[in-house]
Design a protein. Structure first.
Length: 318
């Protein structure tokens, strides 16, 4: 186990380092000069030179990267070129919003997707499977931004059931927080629930035709016990993999949903940073997202052995 953990640790650090290098070079390849945006109307050479020197933009790229890397290791992600505030403090404000949205969306998608997938597999060839497949197809085909706009039009503007935009912190008022976050959660989770449903159905069909399930039925176990304790448990490996990968994707992919519903998460912060060529903010968001991917994938590997005791996390470690 310890050998496996060490093996995954250095792989994760290498992946994170390479992602940091790619993003550092990529954001500087974007057209435009942040010094021009900060200078405003006074774009004299002296002012531009002073701005570049203040933010270290006049240094060679290797020097800029080394300074950024050493500061990041110490927890200092720099200062926003656009606002002049600490990037770390900006992340402290924005990340809880995005994490809450992604976590609730993954819970919603898992409950709906697994439930619909099991129902479709158990009732194969009958009406419940047709309904589940039709709903999943709609969820995969319709873009989230269109669903969000339709939801705002009918559920917020027309009926007033949910707020059209805004956010209330969970610590301030849990009820208002859920009232504001429930609609974005459903919209963000619909597409993922369709993916989980299709994968759960496919995996459940394989499990239901396996020998151990037929043996469990022959022993006289109730159908509910056979499905929950035998077929579903062995089908969860695929589901956990998808959920783990999609949770990282939701953290970075909630940009459109946050923009539509006016949520002050990292999505809005990232878009503003890209338009303003705010290098420190862009780099910090990607660093956090990459770290989330790495940690989630590691936890998914550990969950495998809990779901299926036949799997040992250290078996394939070199």
């Amino acid at each position: 186990m310890s050998r496996y953990l060490f093996h995954r640790a250095w792989q994760s650090l290498l992946t994170l380092f390479l992602a940091t290098v790619v993003v550092f070079l990529g954001v500087r390849a974007l057209p435009g000069d942040p010094a021009l945006a900060l200078a405003g109307e006074d774009r004299s050479p002296a002012v531009l030179a002073a701005i570049r020197h203040q933010y270290g933009l006049d240094q060679p790229l290797p020097v800029q990267f080394w300074r950024y890397l050493t500061n990041a290791v110490q927890g200092n992600l720099g200062t926003s070129i656009r606002t002049g505030t600490s990037v770390t403090s900006m992340l402290r404000t924005a990340l809880p919003v995005t994490f809450e949205l992604a976590a609730l969306a993954i819970v919603f998608a898992s409950l709906v997707g697994v439930g619909a997938g099991v129902t479709a597999a158990v009732h194969r060839g009958r009406a419940p499977e047709w309904v589940a497949n039709a709903v999943a197809l709609i969820g995969l085909s319709v873009p989230n931004f269109w669903l969000g706009l339709v939801a705002i039009l009918y559920l917020s503007v027309a009926t007033g059931l949910f707020p059209a935009s805004g956010f209330v912190p969970l610590s301030s008022n849990p009820v208002d927080n859920l009232h504001h976050i429930v609609l974005p959660t459903v919209i963000l989770g619909i597409g993922l629930s369709a993916v989980i449903m299709r994968q759960t159905r496919s995996s459940m069909l394989d499990s239901l035709s396996a020998d151990y399930v037929r043996t469990a039925k022959a022993k006289g176990l109730k159908p509910r016990v056979v499905i929950s304790r035998h077929a579903l448990r062995n089908s969860l490996i695929v589901v956990v993999t998808i959920v783990g990968l999609q949770l990282g994707a939701l953290i970075s992919g909630a940009v459109v949903t946050e923009q539509i519903f006016g949520l002050p998460g990292i999505g809005k912060m990232t878009i503003d940073a890209v338009f303003q060529r705010d290098y420190p903010v862009i780099q910090a968001v990607v660093l956090v997202t990459a770290t989330a991917y790495i940690v989630i994938n590691f936890l998914v590997d550990l969950l495998y052995s809990l779901i299926d005791p036949r799997i040992r996390v250290g078996a394939g470690a070199a």
